[in-house]
Design a protein around this ligand. Structure first.
Ligand SMILES: [Zn+2]
Ligand SMILES: [Zn+2]
Length: 272
């Protein structure tokens, strides 16, 4: 199984040479088995460049892919409007979310159309299928997927992707409980090879007025990673005001408490 980070920022994209190391695009990830259908998680701005490359490499051949949504905040959605394959008749996309198929279609149609965008979502040329994520485990293209609710305004899901050998947990948007740790997430992540966790805020930023905003810190990520006994913690969903140097600092502080911690980088691929 391969897991690729296409965008590792939260809230808004960040640009400029102080953001080159970790990248400036918002949340988007790619999961796949070799030569199988691709699974995209969230359509932040990280999907845009990937979509352009995909279209170039695809030539006229047809493309099938699945897109899973963790939730619908704009940082996880804004790239869909500029995702080239959406506009191609040779693309078939199956969209998965916690909403009913009708509500999902309505939600995406409200983003593309109205006063917000010149092209209506359902008038784009790709073939679209809408699915509600089933309870428990399900499978796409040979990968087993399960999910767990996160503490985030309007709700969000963590996903677990698992093949025969390895597993990775993606928990990009979550706020830790006031006291203790999120036991449900720790149980869900238990024994996973990788835990990708929301490191949007530093502990001091969190204390200074960001309680209730739905995000967490590297320190809380370490607590969950330790309790869940995961192989490696990967910090992600970085604050768009945190420049490379700041993320370097966050990573070195984290490594003091959990030496195997990594920081997600746009374009980075993990082969599991
Ligand atoms: Zn987010
Ligand atoms: Zn969110």
């Amino acid at each position: 199984m391969e897991f690729t980070f296409l965008g590792v920022r939260g809230s808004t994209p960040a640009s400029g040479n102080k953001f080159n190391k970790y990248g400036g695009h918002t949340s988007c990830s790619l999961v796949q088995l070799p030569d199988r259908e691709k699974i995209v998680v969230d359509t932040g701005t990280g999907i845009i460049g990937w979509g352009q490359d995909l279209k170039k490499n695809q030539g006229g051949r047809s493309l099938r892919l699945s897109i899973l949504f963790t939730h619908f905040h704009l940082d996880h959605l804004m790239g869909l409007l500029f995702f080239n394959p959406l506009f191609s008749p040779s693309t078939q996309i199956t969209f998965y979310s916690s909403l009913s198929p009708k509500s999902l279609e309505k939600c995406l149609s409200s983003l593309m159309g109205g006063r917000f965008f010149p092209v209506k979502f359902m008038e784009t040329s790709s073939k679209k299928i809408f699915r509600k994520i089933p309870p428990g485990r399900f499978r796409i293209a040979g990968i087993q997927i399960s999910h767990c609710p996160l503490n985030h305004p309007q709700g969000a899901l963590a996903f677990k992707f698992q093949d025969k050998y390895k597993s990775v947990i993606l928990a990009t948007d979550t706020e830790h409980p006031e006291n203790g740790i999120d036991d449900e997430l720790a149980a869900f992540a238990f024994g996973a090879d990788y835990l990708i966790y929301d490191a949007m805020l530093t502990p001091s930023e969190y204390k200074a007025g960001k309680k209730g905003w739905g995000h967490s810190t590297w320190e809380e990520g370490i607590k969950v990673a330790k309790k869940a006994e995961v192989g490696r913690l990967i910090l992600s969903h970085f604050n768009p005001v945190h420049k490379d140097r700041k993320i370097d600092q966050i990573l070195s502080q984290s490594k003091k408490k959990l030496p195997k911690t990594l920081a997600a980088k746009e374009g980075q691929k993990i082969i599991l």
